[in-house]
Design a protein around this ligand. Structure first.
Ligand code: NAD
Length: 321
C-alpha cells in the first residue's frame, strides 16, 4: 500500500483541518498522495478544487466509501457530526472495520486512525476496541478552538489512547493544531472535551442573558462587553464569541454575519446531550448542564433557523422571549 493520508468528513472543521494537514505535508514532501471522502459529494469536490488551485498537480483522490479510504491509506482522520455517523463510517458494510478485517495483519498494524469527532465516550471506546483488535492503532482526538482555530492550525487536540498511539499521532496532529494533550486512555480525550463544552455551553447562554440585561438597563453593548472582558466575568463566550453585533472592536464573531459559520447550535445541543448522558452514567449532578440543554432545545424548537447558525444565536432566542 502507498503511504497516503485519508480525511473523512470535510465539513466546517474537517475541510480546514485537512487543508492544513495536506498543505504542510506537501511543503515537507512527506506525502504525495491524499484521499478524501464525504457523504456530500460536493464537499469533497470543492475541497479537492481548493487544494489543487493552491497546489497544482497534487495527487488527491475522492473516494465514495470509507472502505476505499482504508485500502489506500496508512493514516485515516475522521471528523464527523457525532456518534451515529462515526458508527456508520467505522461499522457499516462499506466501513472501516470490515475493510480492516479483510487486510493482512502486516498492513493493519501500520495503520493509524484519528477520530476528531465529538461523540459519546462509550461508542468511541467500543469502536477503538474493535479497531485495535485488528492490530491497527486508534485514538480519540476531539478538538477545541472552533473554525477559526481549525483555519489557523491552532487547535487544541485532547487525546485518548495508548502512549504508543499518541506518539504515532503527534506529528500528524501538530500539522493541524498547537496544543496536543494526552488526557489518558481510550475515551479520555472525549471526556475532557465534553467537560470543556459543558462549561462553554452554559457560559454562552449566561453571556447572552447578561448582554440582554445590560441592554434593557440602557448600557451600551461595547461598554458592557469591555467591562466583562476585563473583569471576573471574562470568558471566550464574551471576549471572542460575543453574541451582540458591534460589541467587540477588533474581532469578527459570527453575530456580525447573522450568526453564520462558527459552531452550530444543533452541535452544541448534541454536546449538552453527551454531557448530561455521561453525567447520568457516572452519577455526576449537572443541574446547569441540564438547564442549558433545555434552553438550546427550546431555542431550536422555536426558531428552527438557529439550528445551523452559531450557538451564540441563543441570544436571539432570549431576545425573542
Ligand atoms: P459539519 O456538519 O460541518 O461537518 C461534518 C461533515 O461530515 C459534513 O461534511 C458531512 O457531510 C460529513 N458526513 C456526515 N456523515 C458522513 C458519512 N457517513 N460519511 C462521510 N462524511 C459524512 O460539522 P463540523 O462543524 O465540522 O463539526 C465536526 C465535529 O467537530 C463535530 O463532532 C463537532 O461537535 C466538533 N467540533 C466542531 C467545532 C466547530 O466550531 N464547528 C468545534 C469543535 C468541535
Amino acid at each position: 500500500r502507498s503511504k497516503s493520508t485519508a480525511f473523512i468528513g470535510l465539513g466546517r472543521m474537517g475541510s480546514e483541518m485537512a487543508y492544513n494537514l495536506f498543505s504542510k505535508k506537501l511543503a515537507q514532501s512527506t506525502d504525495s498522495h491524499f484521499v478524501v471522502c464525504d457523504a456530500v459529494a460536493e464537499s469533497a469536490m470543492t475541497f479537492r478544487q481548493n487544494l489543487l488551485s493552491q497546489f497544482p498537480g497534487t495527487n488527491i483522490d475522492i473516494v465514495q466509501t470509507p472502505e476505499e479510504a482504508v485500502r489506500s491509506s496508512e493514516t485515516v482522520i475522521t471528523m464527523l457530526p457525532s456518534s451515529p455517523q462515526v458508527k456508520t463510517v467505522y461499522c457499516d458494510r462499506n466501513g472501516i472495520i470490515p475493510a480492516l478485517k479483510s487486510l493482512k495483519s502486516a498492513e493493519t498494524q501500520s495503520t493509524l486512525f484519528i477520530d476528531s469527532t465529538t461523540l459519546d465516550v462509550g461508542v468511541a471506546r467500543q469502536i477503538a476496541g474493535e479497531v485495535t483488535l485488528t492490530g491497527a492503532q486508534m485514538i480519540d482526538a476531539p478538538v477545541s478552538g472552533g473554525v477559526t482555530g481549525a483555519q489557523a492550525g491552532t487547535l487544541s487536540f485532547l487525546v485518548g489512547g495508548t502512549e504508543a498511539s499518541f506518539l504515532q499521532a503527534q506529528p500528524v496532529l501538530e500539522m493541524m493544531g498547537k496544543r496536543i494533550i494526552h488526557c489518558g486512555s481510550s475515551g479520555a480525550g472525549l471526556g475532557a472535551k465534553i467537560c470543556n463544552n459543558l462549561v462553554l455551553g452554559v457560559q454562552q447562554i449566561v453571556i447572552g442573558e447578561a448582554m440582554l440585561l445590560g441592554r434593557n438597563l440602557g448600557l451600551d453593548s461595547a461598554v458592557l462587553a469591555g467591562v466583562i472582558n476585563s473583569s471576573t466575568g471574562s470568558c471566550w463566550a464574551s471576549s471572542v464569541n460575543n453574541p451582540v453585533p458591534a460589541s467587540l472592536s477588533d474581532k469578527t464573531p459570527p453575530c456580525e454575519k447573522d450568526y453564520e459559520g462558527g459552531f452550530a447550535t444543533a452541535l452544541m445541543l448534541k454536546d449538552m446531550d453527551l454531557a448530561t448522558n455521561i453525567g447520568k452514567v457516572s452519577h455526576s449532578p449537572l443541574p446547569l448542564g441540564a438547564a442549558a440543554k433545555r434552553i438550546y432545545e427550546e431555542a431550536i424548537q422555536r426558531r428552527p433557523d438557529l439550528a445551523k447558525k452559531d450557538f451564540s444565536s441563543v441570544y436571539v432566542y432570549l431576545k425573542d422571549l
